[in-house]
Design a protein around this ligand. Structure first.
Ligand SMILES: [Zn+2]
Length: 191
């Protein structure tokens, strides 16, 4: 099990996405499957300014996966960045809020300045499989001022195809990180 997506049978170690693609991240977990009422909660959180939901979601993350985070030896939590124009429009980055709350609950340091968006990208959900892969190529950078640590956790709201986290894991590993993990509120069922 790599991304944590439910698989069809118990014999299957990897989901269809993980079998098809070689991801740069090592492992990930999500609190819920992306379906109602979780979808609604995340939508309210992101688009209706329900910032306080971050505390609830991060609380679930810590409760379900606090042990997993400790066993994985996570040194630092990094949120998936939003492009600066998008962040201005929304007023906040939901991944940053989650990361900060999770950091407080677990005592793991958080840094919002490490991973940044180099350029704007089109929304992944509007693209097909090939377009999605190309859309995020060269989209992320890692601050040269940052001293890489061994084990990094990327935090985001939703995991769908894994392309975003794959791309970020790639640049982090290039910068010298050894293992990249992720944790999200929800995960798509795929296929
Ligand atoms: Zn998978």
């Amino acid at each position: 099990m790599r991304c944590g997506k439910p698989v069809q049978t118990v014999e299957q170690e990897y989901c269809a996405d993980c079998r098809r693609q070689q991801y740069a991240f090592n492992q990930g977990r999500s609190v819920w499957i992306h379906r109602k009422p979780v979808t609604h909660g995340i939508y309210q959180f992101k688009f209706h300014n329900k910032r306080y939901y971050a505390k609830i979601f991060a609380g679930e993350m810590a409760e379900q996966y606090g042990g997993w985070l400790r066993r994985s030896g996570i040194d630092i939590i990094l949120p998936v960045p939003l492009h600066s124009s998008k962040r201005r429009r929304r007023g906040f980055n939901q991944a940053e809020l989650l990361a900060e709350e999770l950091g407080q609950l677990t005592g793991i340091p958080v840094n919002n300045q490490v991973v940044y968006r180099i350029r704007k990208t089109r929304p992944q959900k509007k693209l097909n499989h090939m377009e999605r892969q190309n859309n995020l190529k060269g989209a992320f950078g890692v601050s040269s001022a940052w001293k890489p640590c061994k084990n990094v956790l990327i935090v985001d709201d939703i995991y769908t195809t894994g392309n975003t986290i794959h791309r970020i894991a790639k640049v982090l590993k290039k910068a010298g990180v050894q293992k990249v993990y992720f944790l999200t509120i929800s995960i798509g069922q795929g296929l």
